[in-house]
Design a protein around this ligand. Structure first.
Ligand SMILES: *[C@@H]1O[C@H](CO)[C@@H](O)[C@H](O)[C@H]1NC(C)=O
Ligand SMILES: *[C@@H]1O[C@H](CO)[C@@H](O)[C@H](O)[C@H]1NC(C)=O
Length: 139
């Protein structure tokens, strides 16, 4: 019985260390790498805002992409010269993405819309947004 209790304590301590190590890791990776790329003809413009920051826009020429670090919830819409428009969506949601794509979150403009995939180009996309022909401008 004595020995059994001892083992339990060791197990508890081990879990405690694993948990605090995990918390340190997530504190260190407070920023996540985002990449947006365009695989469509014509310019694609990514228009975004955060809760408190100024809105920003990035324009992607055909078959170009860019990576940058992101740290707070960001909402974007996308306009493609050739394909149409995608209404505001959660481009980076810490609640969703700290689990879904802790290392890098990838977005690509493709023929049928914008697709999101976690971490690797080999990982199948798990988020799909279709081009609309018109802007609803609800924002
Ligand atoms: C596409 O974007 C580039 C860079 O922002 C710009 O120089 C170019 O004029 C744009 N092309 C069109 C057709 O809007
Ligand atoms: C697209 O997003 C930008 C930045 O958040 C916003 O200013 C703009 O109103 C949005 N456009 C539409 C049509 O929703």
């Amino acid at each position: 019985m004595e020995l059994f209790m001892g083992n339990k304590h060791i197990l508890f301590l081990a879990l405690f260390f694993i948990a605090s190590w995990g918390m340190q890791l997530s504190a260190v990776s407070a920023t996540t790498k985002i990449r947006f790329g365009s695989n469509v003809l014509g310019n694609v413009s990514l228009n975004c805002h955060t809760k408190n920051g100024d809105p920003w826009t990035k324009v992607f020429k055909p078959f170009n992409g860019e990576s940058w670090e992101i740290s707070e919830a960001t909402f974007c819409n996308v306009t493609s010269d050739e394909k149409g428009f995608i209404d505001t969506f959660a481009f980076y949601d810490p609640k969703r993405d700290s689990v879904r794509c802790p290392l890098s979150c990838l977005w690509d403009a493709v023929d049928f819309g914008v697709i999101g995939r976690p971490d690797e180009y080999l990982t199948p996309p798990d988020l799909f947004l279709d081009w609309k022909k018109t802007k609803s401008c609800r924002q």
